[in-house]
Design a protein around this ligand. Sequence first.
Ligand code: ZN
Ligand code: ZN
Length: 259
Amino acid sequence: MRIDIHNHTARCNHAEGTVDEYIQKAIELGIDIYGFSEHAPMDFDPHYRLSFEEMEAYTDDILTAKEHYKNDISILLGYEVDYLPGHMDDRVLNANIDYLIGSVHFIDKWSFDNPEFISGWKNKNIDEIWKAYFEATEAMAKSGKFDIVGHLDLIKVFKFMPKQDVRSLAKNALHAIKRSNMVLEVNTAGIRKPIGELYPSRALLEEAYALDIPITFASDAHTVDQIGLGYDLATLVTKEIGYTKAVTFQGRDKQLVTF
Ligand SMILES: [Zn+2]
Ligand SMILES: [Zn+2]
């Protein structure tokens, strides 16, 4: 089974392509389970995401497509939600969907992964930034609100690497992820970014495997041609580590399938 659970649509204002175009490409690639996880509405940074008013139309788009393509591919409906205390909304957290991805894109409201705000990295202690990032990830896991951890080590995106061992920086977050029963996505978008690797790194995937944390797969596509990029590498690395199964979701219930 081939799963690809984290993908966007033009509704977030920073992706291109129609729902049909994304699905047709997924079918072409032989993907069995394809999930849409649009950036969920939030009262902070509203430009780069769905609006609350659009939630119903987004849901309708995906459910209509799910029915339309049901003989060719299984379509899932989800959200990628920013972990940002004080800004997470019950309309999203309680939505009738297949899964919620929890992602840390902000440290103290600084959008550290956005090239527009890359200057925020200057004159700062890189190790402290990494520490704050994984503390937020740990708190996200402990909140118990989400099913999947989005791009576990997104903080490496621009290749500002810490002096300290990444495994020790991520240790508490990984334990919290395990305790909260969350799934890690192996997200191939990092290959297209300055860091040029999978999220998470092989070292962190090995730690996750040792803790028996399950995985799933994600292109994090923002254009149609990004679907499936790096999937071969993602399956190769995870199989080498020992993984044979990936998680899919239905109505927030998990199911393990062989990939
Ligand atoms: Zn995005
Ligand atoms: Zn993200």
